[in-house]
Design a binder for this molecule. Structure first.
Ligand SMILES: Cc1cc2nc3c(=O)[nH]c(=O)nc-3n(C[C@H](O)[C@H](O)[C@H](O)COP(=O)(O)OP(=O)(O)OC[C@H]3O[C@@H](n4cnc5c(N)ncnc54)[C@H](O)[C@@H]3O)c2cc1C
Length: 418
C-alpha cells in the first residue's frame, strides 16, 4: 500500500495509539497509524477528560456483588447488564469475579498505583514537549459526598490514599463551596486531589497530536479496518479493507476492539470486553465549575471543558454491537442537577456512548512479543495512562530499560498453562 519504508504499523489511532505514535516517530521510528474510522474518534474523544491518577483501585470490587440485584431491576442505574449479552460476557465476568479475591485485587491495585503514580508527570512532560498546555491542566479534582453515612467512608478513603502516597486533602463543606460555589449545599464534604488534572478540549488535543505526528513524518491511513493478521517467518501480514500490508513491526492499540487481533498476533486469548460508558455534553455550560467534580454517592463526574460541561459515567455490559441506549446519557442530567444550585442549561445537549476497553484484571496489556507490541485494555483510565504506556512501549521498542516494573502488564499473565 505505502511505498514508504514503515518501521512500525500501529493498529488504532485513539489516545493510546496516537501518543505512542508521536513519541516513537520523534525517536526516529517511521510509523504509520491505521484506523478503522478517523483518528481519535473512539473512546478517546468522548471520555470524561479526567487525568484520574487517584483512581488506584480496580473499579470492580467485592461490593459490586451486593449491587447486582439492584442493577438488574434498574435499567437506568449506574451499572447495567444487557441480559441478551450475558452468555457472551460470562467467561470475562467469571474472571472479573475471581479477580475480586483479596490477593489478585491487591496485585491489580499495586500495578494501577505504579502506573498512576507516574502518569501525571509523564503527561506534563509530554504536554510541554508537544505544546498541549492549552488543554492539559493539572490543577486538581474533587470527589464529593452528600449522604451523611458517606462522610466517614470519605475520611477512611482519604487516610488510605494518603498512606499510599496519593496526596489528598479533606475539605469541609465550607471549603468545598468556596472552591466550587455553584455546588448545592447538599454536598457535605470532599476530597481534593492536587496531583490530578483534566483535558479541557479532547478534540483540539487529538487534532494537534494528529498534526504533530504527520509533521514528524508519520503516516495516517484512515477508514481502513484491519480485518486479519498473521505472524510468520517473513514478518507480519495485515489484511485490511484496502489491501494487504507486509509489516516489519506492529503495535496493537485498537482499544476495546483488540481482542481478536491480539489472539491472531500472539495466540493468547485476552479476557477483554467492553464496559460501555456515556456522556452528556452541555454546550451552554462553560463556566459552572472550575475543576472536575466526581460524586461518590452518584457515581458520575462533571468535567468543565472549553466546549461545555461534560457529564459522564455509568457502566453498561452490552458488548460492541448493541446500539447505544441514549437514555443512559440523558439520565446524567438528573444526576447532576441536584448537586447544583442553579438550573443547568441543557439546550442543545449532546449524548454520546463509547467503549471502555476492559480486561478482567483491570490492567492494560503493555508488552512486546517478538515484533508485536501490545498497548490496549486501559479500561477506565486510558486517558490518564496514555503517556506512561507510550513510554513503556518506546522503551520496549528501543530496548531501553523500563523505568517501572513491566511484569504486571505482560500478556503472558493470560496464557493458559499447556
Ligand atoms: C464515558 C467514558 C468516560 C471515561 N472517562 C475517562 C477519564 O476521565 N479518564 C481516563 O483516563 N479514561 C477515561 N475513560 C477511558 C478512556 O476513554 C479509554 O481507556 C481510552 O480512550 C482508550 O483509548 P484507546 O486508544 O485504547 O481506545 P479508542 O479511543 O477506542 O481507540 C481505538 C481506535 O482503534 C480503532 N480500531 C478499532 N478496531 C480497529 C481495527 N480492526 N483496525 C483499525 N483500527 C481499529 C478505532 O477506530 C479507534 O480509533 C472513559 C471512557 C468512557 C467510555
Amino acid at each position: 500500500m505505502s511505498a514508504n519504508p514503515i518501521d512500525l504499523h500501529i493498529i488504532g489511532g485513539g489516545i493510546i495509539g496516537l501518543t505512542a505514535a508521536v513519541m516513537l516517530q520523534s525517536c526516529g521510528v517511521n510509523a504509520a497509524i491505521i484506523d478503522a474510522h478517523r483518528i481519535g474518534q473512539g473512546a478517546s474523544i468522548g471520555n470524561a477528560g479526567h487525568l484520574a491518577a487517584e483512581q488506584v483501585f480496580p473499579i470492580a470490587d467485592a461490593s459490586i456483588i451486593r449491587q447486582i440485584p439492584a442493577m438488574l431491576l434498574n435499567p437506568l442505574g449506574a451499572l447495567r447488564l444487557d441480559w441478551r449479552y450475558l452468555l457472551r460476557l460470562m467467561p470475562w465476568a467469571i474472571q472479573l469475579l475471581m479477580n475480586m479475591r483479596p490477593a489478585p485485587f491487591n496485585q491489580s491495585h499495586q500495578a494501577l498505583l505504579q502506573l498512576n503514580q507516574n502518569s501525571i508527570e509523564a503527561w506534563q512532560n509530554f504536554s510541554n514537549q508537544w505544546q498541549l498546555n492549552d488543554w492539559v491542566q493539572v490543577r486538581g479534582s474533587l470527589l464529593t459526598v452528600e449522604k451523611p453515612s458517606s462522610v466517614d467512608a470519605l475520611s477512611a478513603h482519604s487516610r488510605r490514599l494518603n498512606d499510599l502516597g496519593v496526596v489528598n486533602e479533606k475539605l469541609s463543606q465550607k471549603a468545598l463551596l468556596e472552591q466550587e460555589p455553584a455546588l448545592q449545599n447538599n454536598q457535605l464534604a470532599a476530597l481534593f486531589f492536587p496531583n490530578t488534572g483534566h483535558i479541557t478540549n479532547l478534540s483540539a488535543m487529538i487534532t494537534k497530536l494528529n498534526l504533530t505526528f504527520r509533521q514528524l513524518g508519520g503516516v495516517v491511513i484512515e477508514q481502513c479496518p484491519v480485518l486479519d493478521a498473521s505472524v510468520n517467518d517473513d514478518g507480519i501480514e495485515l489484511i485490511t479493507q484496502q489491501g494487504s500490508i507486509k509489516a516489519l513491526n506492529v503495535m496493537l492499540a485498537a482499544g476495546a476492539h483488540s481482542k481478536v487481533l491480539a489472539k491472531k498476533l500472539t495466540g493468547i486469548n485476552v479476557p477483554l470486553d467492553t464496559e460501555r460508558g456515556y456522556h452528556l455534553m452541555l454546550p451552554h455550560e462553560q463556566h459552572r465549575l472550575t475543576l472536575p467534580v466526581s460524586s461518590l454517592d452518584r457515581r458520575f463526574i462533571m468535567t468543565p471543558m472549553d466546549e461545555g460541561l461534560r457529564l459522564a459515567g455509568t457502566v453498561e455490559y452490552a458488548g460492541l454491537e448493541a446500539p447505544a441506549n441514549m437514555k443512559r446519557a440523558q439520565m446524567l442530567l438528573n444526576l447532576a442537577q441536584p448537586m447544583l444550585k442553579a438550573p443547568l442549561n441543557s439546550s442543545d445537549r449532546q449524548p454520546w456512548m463509547g467503549f471502555r476497553p476492559s480486561t478482567a484484571d483491570s490492567l492494560p496489556v503493555i508488552d512486546k512479543v517478538g515484533r508485536v507490541f501490545l498497548n490496549f485494555g486501559h479500561q477506565h483510565l486510558g486517558l490518564t495512562q496514555a503517556v506512561i504506556s507510550a513510554q513503556m512501549i518506546r522503551n520496549y521498542y528501543l530496548n531501553n530499560p523500563q523505568a517501572i516494573d513491566p511484569t504486571p502488564y505482560q500478556i503472558n499473565r493470560f496464557k493458559k498453562p499447556s
